[in-house]
Write a protein that binds this ligand. Structure first.
Ligand SMILES: [Zn+2]
Length: 508
């Protein structure tokens, strides 16, 4: 890792997802991004840090207005209804966000106006003329690259070249600053390949950005000139500071954000545009923009409504144990790369790695303690040989490099070794001190697995901890002897059901 300027902020961690545009229902891409952020947020809580995790919905703009009209609702009624679906997604996927922000909230609007004002007063926003292709049916300005074969992408008709009064942000002024900032920090943009993409695009030229519209009114009004509304991207990006109560105490504590996790299609907005806005407003820049890949359908297409291959994340939560889905998505796809969603692979991993490996180990340990020690974890000595096989430092390093899949693989490797350990030690043949040491070691290992897996599969970890009559605490407490109790543990716990080929679940 490169140099870090976060030393003064040790102990706090602020992570955000992109806020979702709720003109359509949530799809698995929304769920995947929240899941990745959730795993990272939960891991930092395990490290003992104070975490703030923000997600939400981006509720302004012409597309929302149109979708509302189609649904026969006012824009506000429409977003009230739609945003609830994203809140529900968070609940069903066990996402541990501390706040769900909506850009239609009064306080957000106030902050978006304050930042706009600040930049205007500085002289970096000016009133000018926007000239470009305009579709009268859409009442929308397009850029040349929005057009399909030179025609309106919605109506496939010829656009007029029209002038509209617009405020502009002096984005061009920040070109050198952004180029320097990208290289100043090793982890300004992750994975590294994305840095070059942005640098190449910047070197090709950077123009001032139109930051207001007058052709519709569903947006944040420009202060003192309310016939203009802010360009939806400006309004949306500001959620990352309004979401921590800019400029109040929570903002002072958590800003700058440690991680903005986003999809690869919006890196430009989150680096060039967002960083320039912050610089212009005299606000520190976030530490890392972390780019995840897309989840594609098995054929390799990006899942979208038009391709007809949408996997509804709520239906997925109805059909499967959500921890199995969470596990599958993180384990299957190297973080940062595109993944292919396959139900058959989800089922395979559920049956082997989860039901067989994790579920089996938990139940063997609980059964042994029940049969050989009346359900009470005996006092004993920890067998350091097996404990040493859990390489916590290596897992921490994987998390620092955002290699979530490798962190999880490492933990699962330990689970396998624990099962092997039972096979080799044959505790059913042992007695006395030797047996006590074994049972105690196994209980500590099971507890450690519950803690380590809790960032990925929080409900499963809670079930294991509950069966052990304890709770998931912080990482530093594993193998400390402090977390196990003398209460009678449960003789078994059901963690994962094996799913048969015909999709009928069978209790493991
Ligand atoms: Zn049109």
């Amino acid at each position: 890792m490169g140099k870090k300027d976060g030393a003064s902020n040790k102990g706090k961690f602020y992570i955000t997802t992109a806020i979702d545009y709720p003109n359509a229902d949530p799809h698995i891409g929304h769920a995947y991004e929240k899941l990745c952020a959730d795993v990272i947020a939960r891991w930092h809580r395990l490290l003992g840090e104070e975490v703030f995790f923000l997600t939400g919905t981006d509720e302004h703009g012409l597309k929302i207005m149109r979708s509302a009209q189609k649904a026969g609702l006012t824009p506000k009624e429409f977003v009230d209804k739609q945003s609830l679906k994203f809140v529900e997604l968070c609940r069903r996927w066990n996402i541990s966000n501390n706040r769900f922000i909506r850009t239609t909230e009064e306080e957000h609007i106030r902050v978006a106006q304050e930042i706009f004002n600040k930049i205007y007063k500085k002289g970096d926003i000016y009133l000018g003329q926007y000239v470009g292709p305009y579709c009268t049916d859409c009442e929308t300005f397009y850029t040349e690259k929005d057009l399909k074969n030179g025609l309106c992408p919605v109506h496939a008709k010829k656009c007029e070249i029209v002038k509209e009064e617009s405020y502009f942000f002096k984005l061009s002024k920040y070109k050198e600053f952004i180029l320097e900032y990208i290289d100043k920090r090793d982890d300004s943009i992750k994975p590294d390949g994305k840095k070059e993409e942005i640098k190449n695009r910047l070197k090709a030229g950077l123009e001032d950005l139109s930051v207001s519209r007058t052709s519709f009114d569903w947006g944040v009004p420009v202060p003192k000139n309310p016939k203009h509304v802010q360009y939806v991207w400006i309004d949306a990006l500001i959620n990352y500071i309004s979401g921590v109560d800019y400029p109040k105490e929570r903002f002072r504590k958590f800003w700058p954000a440690d991680v903005h996790i986003i999809g690869k299609d919006i890196v430009w907005h989150h680096t060039v545009i967002w960083w320039s806005i912050l610089k212009a407003a005299g606000i520190k820049l976030p530490k890392t923009v972390l780019v995840h890949g897309f989840i594609l359908s098995e054929g390799g297409e990006k899942m979208s409504k038009s391709s007809g291959k949408v996997i509804n994340p709520i239906e997925l939560a109805d059909k499967y144990n959500i921890d199995a889905v969470r596990y599958y998505l993180i384990r299957e796809t190297p973080f940062g790369e595109d993944g292919y969603f396959s139900e058959s692979k989800l089922i395979e991993r559920n049956n082997t790695e989860l039901a067989n490996d994790v579920g089996n180990f938990a139940n063997r340990v609980l059964a042994l303690i029940s049969q050989k020690s009346q359900g009470v974890i005996p006092k004993g000595e920890l067998d350091r040989e097996i404990v040493a096989k859990l390489n916590i430092e290596k897992i921490k390093k994987h998390f620092e490099r955002f290699e979530l899949h490798l962190a999880l693989a490492e933990i699962m490797g330990f689970v396998k070794q624990c099962n092997q350990y039972i096979n080799e030690k044959e505790p059913w043949k042992k007695s006395g001190v030797e047996l006590n040491n074994l049972l105690y070691t196994l209980a500590e290992c099971l507890y450690a697995i519950a803690v380590m897996l809790s960032a990925f599969m929080p409900a499963t970890s809670d079930k294991i901890a509950k069966a052990l009559k304890t709770e998931v605490a912080s990482l530093k407490d594993i193998f400390s002897g402090k977390c196990l109790t003398q209460s009678k543990v449960e003789s078994r716990c059901i963690l994962f059901e094996k799913i048969l080929a015909d999709n009928k679940a069978k209790t493991f």
